[in-house]
Design a protein around this ligand. Structure first.
Ligand code: FE2
Length: 144
């Protein structure tokens, strides 16, 4: 992966998860990354190597995997995007379990312009609870 390119979709999954693990536990082990992404440890090792070469993370002997500033910045953007999508679906009352599954499925495929529209739409409905009510009622009435 050339350093000038943004991370691929699956690289984004790894950065997102590594960032979460480090925040939760203080470290990200290959075995934890593998089980949480449901992939083989060998796949993690190979992706970690690529992400390292692209300057997103370092391996330190006693501390384990550490994100570089660049890696942390990208991971934050990924998380913000996830949170925007979650805010959007929450406005419409989608349950947390469905949200999590679906957001993980789509988030790496959305362009910034699309995410911006969804953020604006969430804001629009948050600012206008009456309009949101009308919309939610109309859904109920049109669905079998
Ligand atoms: Fe995510």
């Amino acid at each position: 992966m050339p350093t000038t390119m943004s991370p691929s979709q699956s690289a984004e999954d790894y950065l997102e998860r590594i960032h979460e693990l480090i925040e939760e536990k203080g470290y990200a082990r290959v075995v934890d990354i593998a089980s949480s992404l449901k992939v083989k440890q060998a796949s993690v090792t190979s992706m970690v190597q690529k992400l390292g070469e692209a300057g997103y993370l370092n391996y330190e002997k006693y501390r384990g995997l550490m994100l570089t500033n660049k890696g942390r910045e990208v991971a934050r953007k990924i998380r913000n995007r996830h949170e925007t999508l979650s805010r959007f679906f929450s406005v419409f009352g989608l349950d947390a379990e469905t949200q999590k599954r679906d957001i993980e499925g789509i988030e790496h495929h959305l362009s910034p312009a699309t995410v911006e529209i969804l953020a604006d739409l969430a804001q629009f409905f948050e600012d206008q609870p009456q309009t949101l009510k009308v919309f939610r009622r109309s859904r109920k009435n049109t669905r079998p």
